[in-house]
Design a binder for this molecule. Structure first.
Ligand code: SAH
Ligand code: SF4
Ligand code: F3S
Length: 434
């Protein structure tokens, strides 16, 4: 049996795509290996979101090429967003035998076979229909507790900085019945948590079923199944969704609500299609319905023409919302996007870096404050496994997505436990069992 090794980069949707790829290849008779040196096929499922993501992957492709040299016959493949963005340019280097975009994974067995005959293969066709809805992903997570379920693909938003609409194509929603079937299958296999994935889950729509209704359908399957989702777009997150979350105790109280910037001129230029006031109103609404809801975000600093004052608006919206955690990035110009065509990438690297450091320092303080507010409180936590630092401790997350650790030698991954928060760091709640 030929063995396939895949490294996955980028977002959770890419992780789930790798699971789909293993399922397709498994049916075609390929086995899986985690050891590159014994693989017949070595692939990277790639990400193009920022230039540094691509640079890292280029370094890996060089290492794959080394394997090829040592073991002629090994096939090197590039999947995912970089495959879609760079297309045949990836083949020109001679280091790569196969390029397949995100909608081309059903053709992988044929592509691998043809590449084996020494002819480089490429399929970067994007589709308006492909959702891999009928494919049961091979779950790759080690703990067997938490699974990703893709509910849609692509994105129709065209935020001016973002490459995703070009690498993933048009938005399409997956058949809600196949999503429910997949969630049932997860329950049957012992999973305790599913995360519904899409670039903009709030625009999910399948035959009259919107995201709020889909969420309710999944939440009703079992009270002991935790349900999470990501990502919400501030322009689309609806009152119906917020009230639906509140109605189900097993829907985790956590919303990832990427703000990107706190300044209206920059938001307009990013084509986010909401302003600061709208965003803050959405946060107020979430908190009025679910006071305990965790809110996290993404932000970009140093977007084209961003002034110091406009950057201060991002700092101030962070303080005003008091995020529980955040992912923060320097703006990275992506070829082909609206911003790259229309606005110069004119903020010097050192200014971007200084702004990013300032924002990260602020968020570190906010994360610590958020965790301190939880000291003395009790939470239900889903056990994920032993903590990284101490084998006599377990770790797991609260519904609001905060990591907890506590001394425990009796419970196991997949158990629900109640813990009380005794202390904290900026990243972790230090707890005891109650
Ligand atoms: N669909 C999600 C975002 C997916 S990309 C949403 O709309 O919120 C994840 C994050 O990467 C984005 O939220 C953004 O903060 C960041 N990002 C996207 N393009 C970027 C770029 N060109 N430079 C820097 N960060 C970027
Ligand atoms: Fe990119 Fe905007 Fe789509 Fe998110 S919503 S994936 S940032 S275009
Ligand atoms: Fe990266 Fe593609 Fe996801 S660009 S963030 S892997 S959709």
């Amino acid at each position: 049996m030929k063995k396939v090794y895949i490294e996955t980069y980028g977002c959770q949707m890419n992780v789930n795509d790798t699971e789909v790829v293993f399922s397709i290849l498994g049916k075609a008779g390929y086995g899986r290996t985690e050891d590159m040196s014994e693989a017949d096929v070595i692939m990277a499922n790639t990400c193009s979101i920022r230039d540094n993501a691509e640079q890292r992957i280029r370094g890996r492709i060089d290492q794959f090429a080394g394997q090829k040299k040592a073991r002629p016959g090994v096939i090197v493949g590039i999947l995912g967003c970089m495959a879609e963005r760079l297309k045949d340019a990836l083949l020109e280097s001679g280091k790569v035998d196969l390029v397949a975009g995100p909608d081309a994974y059903r053709s992988l067995p044929a592509l691998i076979e043809a590449a084996g005959d020494g002819h480089p293969q490429i399929n970067v066709e994007l589709s308006r229909e492909e959702t891999y809805g009928d494919i049961s992903p091979v779950r790759l997570d080690m703990n067997g507790v938490s699974a990703f379920i893709s509910i849609m693909r692509g994105c129709n938003n065209v935020c001016s900085y973002c490459v995703v609409p070009y690498t993933r194509g048009a938005e399409r929603s997956r058949d809600c019945h196949s999503i429910v079937r997949e969630a049932c299958d997860c329950i049957a296999k012992g999973y305790r948590e599913v995360t519904l994935l899409g670039q903009n889950v709030d625009s999910y729509m399948y035959e009259g079923v919107n995201f709020a209704k889909l969420l309710a359908m999944v939440a009703e399957l079992s009270p002991s199944l935790r349900v999470r989702f990501s990502t919400s777009h501030p322009k689309d997150i609806s009152d119906e969704l917020i009230h639906t979350m509140a109605r189900y105790g097993n829907v985790c109280r956590h919303i990832h609500l990427p703000v990107q910037s706190g300044n209206d001129r920059i938001l307009e230029k990013m084509r986010r299609r909401y302003n600061r006031e709208w965003y803050l109103e959405r946060v107020a609404k979430i908190r009025s319905v679910m006071p305990d809801c965790g809110i996290t975000t993404d932000a970009i600093v140093g977007f084209c023409s961003e002034t110091e004052e406009e950057f201060r608006d991002t700092l101030s919206i962070f303080s005003e919302v008091g995020y529980d955690s955040a992912f923060m990035f320097n703006y990275s110009e992506r070829p082909g996007t609206l911003a790259s065509r229309n606005y110069p990438d004119d903020i010097p690297q050192e200014v971007k870096t200084r702004r990013l450091e300032e924002l990260i320092a602020l968020q570190n303080r906010l994360s610590l404050e958020s965790n301190r507010r939880d000291i003395g409180k009790e939470f239900q936590v889903l056990v994920e496994g032993p903590s990284k630092k101490n084998a006599a401790e377990l770790c797991g997350r609260t519904g609001s997505n905060k990591m907890c650790v506590w001394p425990d030698i009796t419970h196991h991954a997949g158990d629900y436990v109640r813990v009380k928060v005794l202390d904290c760091t900026q990243a972790t709640l230090i707890c005891k069992l109650v």
